[in-house]
Design a protein around this ligand. Structure first.
Ligand SMILES: [Zn+2]
Length: 351
């Protein structure tokens, strides 16, 4: 797994292929920032807490300041940068660079974050949804680098998505394309509530939050086994704890994880039938340590099974479904990559 916080994975600025780009990835908890070269290799990396409670103007100042921090770390002059990319939680207006109500960042609605960050760092800023930026990172240098088109899922507290076709990201007329966690998978009267305020959305069945909520409901019905014992002993109910219990043979824990995977399979089939991508990539925190872990393997295999059973035959046979490889670095690498796409388009060099 890619890990930019480990300096040994950086390359020296003297070895970098120019031009150079900076990617900024604003999350509700942390800001991750990296300078990458023309091949997507990290030259310098920095992170800090987002502190969104300090308000959008302060966050924009610090985002802009991180560009200078990276230049200092890399020993690169700011005017050697060809562009800066910024990914933020959506929804946002990608045309005007203004945030809509993002839910987990109160007070940011209506804030012109793209232009403020540009003022503070002195570079034009390419603006993207954070899930789209992560998708582009995986497409450019990660799990999707051999693909010509890709659907990306980011699985964590919520569920995000990104669609990359050629070197283009699907953004939509209103900048709301690929809100893939909010596709409707259950229209029944008992459909679960989604954090967005609607019901029956995929995120209400397959996110980390919903996995824990569903587990809590099952445990309240009197389940026994390692998971019930751990929770009774005071351990916090998390996806990690559920996966640990599943590894110990707890059938309830395994069933919960595989059911979340089944819902992800249904969501994946829906997107395959609309987009028909060459491959599907699953990233984010809730990927159970990936293919190296038995639960990670069981999870993605359950997604693939659902696809085999429900997708059109050619798609079921030929569409690859795999885990992401860049981990938490995908967002800043992709934001830098989108700045590179904008730079190359401006320079008339295509992709
Ligand atoms: Zn929703």
């Amino acid at each position: 797994m890619h890990n930019a916080s480990d300096r040994s994975s950086w390359i020296a600025a003297t070895e970098a292929s120019r031009p150079l780009f900076v990617g900024l990835d604003l999350g509700g908890t942390n800001i991750k920032a990296g300078m990458v070269d023309d091949a997507g290799r990290t030259i310098a990396y920095a992170s800090q807490e987002s502190r969104v409670d300090q308000g959008p103007a302060d966050v924009a100042v610090r985002l802009g300041g991180m560009v200078g921090t990276l230049c200092d770390l890399a020993g690169v002059a700011s005017d050697e940068l060809a562009g800066v990319g910024l990914g933020t939680p959506g929804p946002q207006n990608l045309h005007t660079g203004v945030l809509y109500d993002t839910g987990n960042m109160p007070g940011f609605e209506g804030f012109p974050i793209r232009d403020r960050v540009a003022e503070h760092c002195g570079h034009a800023v390419t603006f993207a949804n954070d899930a789209t930026a992560a998708a582009y990172g995986e497409y450019w240098t990660g799990s999707g680098r051999s693909l010509s088109s890709m659907v990306f899922w980011t699985l964590g507290t919520g569920i995000g998505g990104g669609v990359i076709i050629g070197d283009s990201c699907l953004e939509g007329h209103h900048s709301h394309a690929t809100e893939c966690g909010h596709i409707i998978v259950d229209t029944s009267d008992t459909a679960r509530d989604c954090p967005c305020g609607q019901r029956g959305h995929l995120e209400a069945y397959a996110s980390a939050t919903s996995l824990v909520a569903i587990a809590r409901e099952k445990l309240a019905c009197g389940a026994a086994g390692p998971l019930a014992e751990a929770v009774a002993a005071g351990e916090a109910l998390t996806p990690v704890l559920i996966a640990q219990a599943a590894r110990l043979g707890d059938q309830l824990a395994l069933d919960l994880i595989l059911d979340a995977a089944r819902w992800m399979g249904i969501g994946t089939v829906n997107l395959m039938h609309i987009i028909d991508p060459e491959g599907v990539v699953l990233g984010g925190a809730m990927t159970f340590d990936g293919e190296d872990d038995p639960i990670g393997r069981a999870y993605i295999e359950r997604v693939r099974q659902e696809v085999r059973e429900q997708a059109f035959p050619v798609l079921a046979r030929e569409t690859t479904i795999q885990y992401a490889t860049l981990g938490g670095d995908a967002g800043y690498i992709g934001a830098a990559g989108l700045a590179r796409v904008a730079f190359r388009r401006h320079a008339g060099r295509g992709s």
